[in-house]
Write a protein of this length. Structure first.
Lengths: 465, 436
């Protein structure tokens, strides 16, 4: 067996792992990163990036269909568009491939060694990597567990056959004629919307009272309206019971206990993700757990000396940008710097239509925390830019403390508002007060102005509403 | 309505200027007759300047630390009636004492001085002679569990410096901790933080040398520059004098002060200078004349809250030991309380300096210019002494004495110290010689 030793060993080359490895390499640590798939993890290979590519492609196709049906901006018409989904998937794969190569290039630049294969812990300092070419033993001073997460399967709807996860949904050769999405969280609604735009008849089945249950009704409402316009059927309070036969209809049960059958070519199960804590020799280590996650402190140290855990395996929120921040941090700690994960804001973005951005506390969250708040809201229907984009649905909402006007949370729903997340997060990280946001000149005409206007509204000084 | 100009009065014989050490009023304050307006410091005494009239302050002469010449304007008051009880030197100010008060807004008279004063006032701390440029850090006003508010760059810097930002007060909006707040905290020194990393400290704090400190600095500089110091250290056996002192204290009358060592030394000095009058002298080096004084006025250097002071026990040649002790106690009390009068802080002809328990083994005292000798008292301690057959424990003490080598040779200095040593080791001689 080949043997190798290094200073910094990362298990998993997803957003957390690859950032940790690059930063460690930059800091001069002898670094090895191990993954069985191409670098980039779920995010780059089967998550964020490919889904955004397909969502955009479906949206482009949908606009052309609107133009062809004279439903777009008056005067803009088009002939009947066509869609070759396998070409779209090929284009998406091209993007993924370019980014895979990009990460590989960054590894080279930072003198990080990438080892392909499945890692399995022997002890807290050693893993054995199994690949097609054999086994390799790697020992390290510092080990980072960045094994990520995977889709949760339903017992009643195990993956296989027509039941697919988000991974398969991103590589279908054609949009299914009929698609049932089980689980109305952000992944299900994003992909359901994309397939609806690409021509599928989509039904979203959600067990809770409302889709996107992490968000309050005000934020979800514009999404619900859009789904209705797209012809997506949304069934809430409904649970999937299984398929009628091996290839039959999806059977669901409503809150009233009624059984319904939904004819569908594919069933996309998106009921959440769980951390990958099996299959890499966790039993060989003495790690404390925190529910399904590995327990870590605020520097992402596990219960074992020199063993860190970052990203989805180390706790909520399971978001790439959180993992990246943790990866950078643990590499710097390993290089001898003092660091803790001390961020005020981790933004979340739903690439639904319209998009939803939230950072910090929601009005309800602030209320639950017992904080007296002032809320400012600016509807996009009052934004000139929103009108000129032909998308007036949505709003920006700012939650601030009443006593000192400290901004606690910022939320927005609207087309392309994901790009506002940078401004929102910066405001929270810098400890901005309403006056800071209101006193910043925002470019006109942009959707970003709505942030300033919402702050002005909270101060009782709104100009444009 | 009119303006009264209060000028810096003659605050002491031969004093041409004084340093402003405290303002008791600000522009706009109403004042009553006899109310204190300012404190100025001359040679070594602080003098309060009272207001001669009722009125309202509309001008102040300068900032703390400024030197004001005797006779120059110190404060201007707006008063009922004609004002101008002292002639105005500045024609422009003459105009402003005209009949129409509406043309004389007080802030136009000396805005610069007023503003400067205001900013000084804002920065004033309890110890205003030694004002640091860094205001003392305030306690953070944050509820328990509330995260400190600071930009990521500030949080990173705090982390690297090992500072828990929860301990740092924020001066920004909503209590935000600014970079400056962190700097101030670091400069103030976070000694209680657990696990603080050692870090390079590049801060420089400016302390204005003003008031008494500046007087001391000037005096020390003069003494050090002009006098050729020679320091002579010898050891004295203190057993006899300590036994005598204990006996005298034990049987002393109620109206007599408790004796410390210093009165014995003062009396020994009186005897020694009688034999070597060159030691009890003021040397006018510019005129080339040594003024040998008949009266022995012993300055006793004392550390007070505001710095070094030298109250003077006058005419020790005419005092007995009890009187010396009483005068010494009274003067050091007055110096510490800041109530010593100017004449009690000047006029010495020879000086004793003692740091008490901190006396050390040897010191190199700086002569109180223009005197020519200073006697430094070091720590008394029990030391082993060889008595010819064995070591015996004896209370011993060093005297470190400096002399102006321009007028006193080393030989004379040694004779002088030996004389004091003999007198203290055989203390009965102090009383025999005193009456001789």
């Amino acid at each position: 067996m080949n043997e190798m030793s290094c200073q910094f060993l990362v298990i998993g080359a997803g957003p957390g792992g690859y950032v940790a490895a690059i930063r460690a390499g930059q800091l001069g640590l002898d670094t090895v990163v191990v993954d069985s798939i191409k670098p980039g993890g779920t995010c780059l290979n089967i998550g964020c990036i490919p889904s955004k590519a397909l969502i955009h492609a479906a949206d482009e196709y949908f606009r052309m269909r609107e133009a062809a049906a004279a439903e777009a901006i008056p005067g803009v018409t088009a002939g009947t568009p066509s869609l070759d989904w396998s070409d779209v998937v090929g284009w998406k794969d091209g993007i993924v491939n370019r980014l895979n190569n990009g990460v590989t290039g960054l590894f080279k630049k930072a003198r990080v060694k990438l080892v392909e294969g499945r890692a399995r812990f022997v002890d807290g300092k050693t893993v054995i990597v199994t690949s097609e070419t054999g086994e390799q033993r790697i020992s390290a001073e510092t080990v980072v567990i960045a094994t990520g997460s995977e889709p949760i399967a339903l017992k009643t709807l195990p993956f296989g056959g027509k039941v697919i996860s988000s991974t398969e949904a991103l590589s279908l050769s054609a949009p299914p004629e009929t698609l049932a999405v089980v689980g109305g969280g952000y992944i299900g609604v994003e992909l359901g919307t994309a397939f609806a735009k690409a021509g599928s008849r989509v039904t979203i089945v959600e067990a809770a009272d409302e889709i996107l249950p992490l968000y309050d009704g005000d934020l979800v409402k514009p999404v619900r309206q859009r789904l209705q316009k797209l012809g997506v059927t949304v069934m809430t309070g409904a649970t999937a019971q299984g398929l009628a036969g091996e290839d039959g209809d999806l059977i669901i049960e409503t809150t009233k206990g009624e059984e319904r059958r939904i004819a569908c070519d594919r069933v996309l199960v998106t009921v959440g993700r769980r951390p990958v804590t099996e299959g890499w020799g966790r039993d060989e280590l003495v790690l404390e757990m925190d529910g399904p996650f590995i327990r870590t402190d605020d520097s992402r140290r596990t219960a074992m000396c020199g063993v860190y855990a970052i990203g989805d395996v180390a706790g909520e929120p399971m978001l790439a940008h959180k993992a990246m921040a943790e990866g950078e941090m643990v590499a710097e700690i390993a290089a001898g710097h003092r660091r803790v994960f001390d961020h005020r804001a981790i933004p979340t973005v739903c690439f639904t239509d319209p998009e939803i951005v939230t950072v910090g506390l929601s009005p309800l969250g602030a209320k639950a925390a017992g904080i007296e708040t002032t809320i400012g809201r600016f509807p996009l229907s009052a934004s000139g830019r929103a009108m000129s984009l032909d998308r007036e649905d949505g709003f920006v909402r700012v939650v601030a403390r009443t006593d000192n006007h400290l901004v606690l949370g910022i939320e927005a729903v609207g087309a392309t508002v994901s790009e506002l997340s940078a401004a929102f997060s910066l405001a929270l990280e810098m400890g901005a007060c309403l006056e800071d946001v209101a006193g910043t000149i925002h470019a006109h005409p942009t959707l970003g102005e709505s942030f300033q206007e919402a702050a002005l509204a909270a101060l009782g000084k709104a100009l444009h509403v | 309505m009119g303006t009264v100009t209060i000028r810096l009065p003659d605050v002491g014989e031969g004093v041409a200027e004084a340093e402003l050490v405290e303002w008791h009023v600000e522009v706009g304050d109403p004042v009553k007759e006899d109310m204190t307006l300012a404190a100025v410091m001359t040679d070594k005494a602080t003098v309060d300047i009272p207001s001669p009239v009722d009125g309202t302050v509309n001008w102040l002469a300068g900032a703390i630390g400024d030197t004001i010449a005797v006779g120059s304007p110190l404060v201007k008051l707006e008063v009922d009636g004609p004002g101008g009880t002292e002639p105005e030197a500045n024609p422009q100010e003459q105009l402003q004492t005209g009949d129409d008060p509406s043309e004389r807004p007080s802030e136009n008279i000396a805005p610069a001085a007023g503003d400067q004063h205001a900013s000084q006032r804002a920065d004033k701390t309890a110890d205003d002679h030694f004002r640091s440029t860094v205001p003392p850090p305030r306690a953070p006003q944050r509820k328990a569990g509330e995260k400190p508010l600071a930009a990521p760059a500030v949080r990173r810097r705090a982390m690297e410096a090992g500072i828990d930002l929860r301990r740092v007060a924020g001066s920004g909006p909503a209590g935000r901790i600014l970079a400056d707040d962190l700097d101030a905290y670091l400069e103030a020194g976070d000694t209680t933080a657990p696990g603080r990393a050692a870090m390079v400290d590049t801060t420089v704090t400016e302390v204005k040398i003003a008031g008494l400190r500046r007087r001391i600095a000037e005096k020390m500089e003069t003494a050090s520059r002009r006098i050729a110091h020679i320091t002579y250290v010898d050891e004295i056996d203190m057993e006899a004098v300590e036994q005598l002192r204990a006996a005298m204290n034990k049987d002393r009358r109620d109206d007599r002060p408790k004796l410390t060592l210093l009165p014995f030394l003062m009396k020994a000095l009186v005897i020694a200078v009688r034999e070597q009058p060159v030691m009890n002298a003021l040397y006018d080096d510019e005129a080339g004349i040594l003024h040998q004084h008949g009266g022995v006025h012993i300055g006793v250097a004392a550390q007070t809250g505001s710095g070094l002071m030298v109250p003077v026990a006058r005419h020790c040649e005419a005092r007995d030991i009890w009187s010396c002790a009483g005068e010494l106690a009274r003067l050091s009390e007055a110096a510490k309380a800041g109530t010593a009068k100017r004449e009690e802080l000047s006029g010495s002809t020879i000086t004793i300096t003692s740091l008490g328990a901190l006396g050390g083994i040897a010191t190199t005292p700086i002569i109180n210019h223009p005197e020519v000798a200073i006697i430094g008292v070091n720590k008394m301690e029990v030391r082993p002494v060889w008595d010819g057959s064995q070591f015996v424990p004896r209370r011993r003490m060093n005297l470190s004495s400096s002399f102006d080598h321009r007028v006193i040779d080393g030989y004379d200095a040694a004779v002088f110290v030996q004389r004091i040593k003999t007198l203290l080791e055989t203390p009965a001689m102090i009383f025999v010689e005193a009456s001789a």
